[in-house]
Ligand binder design. Structure first.
Ligand SMILES: [Zn+2]
Length: 161
């Protein structure tokens, strides 16, 4: 079976950025399960997986525009410390999670820590980076109706939710 919209794919991957390994599904030993066509993956990786089948391996180089976007220099914001968990322990360069007024959370990078405020970079930590993925496709199957309703894959052993 070939990968495409409304298929579930299981894959192992290693992500390398600027010559350094950033993360790998081999670390946990568990493949990543993804429902294709529902925005679960960055566009460049989703496109690269189209038409691939179990047993395929591929190397994909994804420019920022098809990954996490270009860095935007106007994305630095000064935020009161009270909005951070453990704001006093943060140091420049650390990535932390900030709760947003409009709901939800996002990963931000600490730029500068002041007495009562912290300057954060709202760009995604991988913004502006070229991403190199080594991918090994483990399995491709049709998504269940429930998976399509939920907008994500249910790996083996997923409990009802
Ligand atoms: Zn679900």
């Amino acid at each position: 079976m070939k990968a495409g919209k409304d298929k579930v794919i299981a894959l192992h991957y290693t992500l390398t950025v600027d010559g350094e390994k950033v993360e790998s599904s081999h670390d946990s030993g568990q493949p990543l399960w993804i429902l294709l066509g529902h925005g679960q993956l960055i566009p460049g990786l989703e496109n690269a997986l189209q038409e691939h089948a179990a047993g395929d391996t591929l190397q994909v180089e994804i420019p920022p525009a098809d990954g996490y976007g270009e860095r935007q220099e106007d994305q630095i914001q000064r935020v009161p410390k009270k909005y951070f968990h453990e704001g006093n322990r943060l140091k420049p360069g650390m990535v932390t999670v900030l709760s947003l007024k409009q709901g939800g959370q996002r990963a931000v990078t600490v730029q500068k820590v002041g007495m009562t405020t912290i300057d954060v970079d709202l760009n995604h930590p991988m913004a502006g980076k070229t991403l190199n993925f080594d991918v090994a496709v483990q399995e491709v199957r049709d998504a269940t109706e429930e998976e399509i309703q939920h907008g994500h894959a249910h790996p083996p052993g997923t409990e009802a939710h």
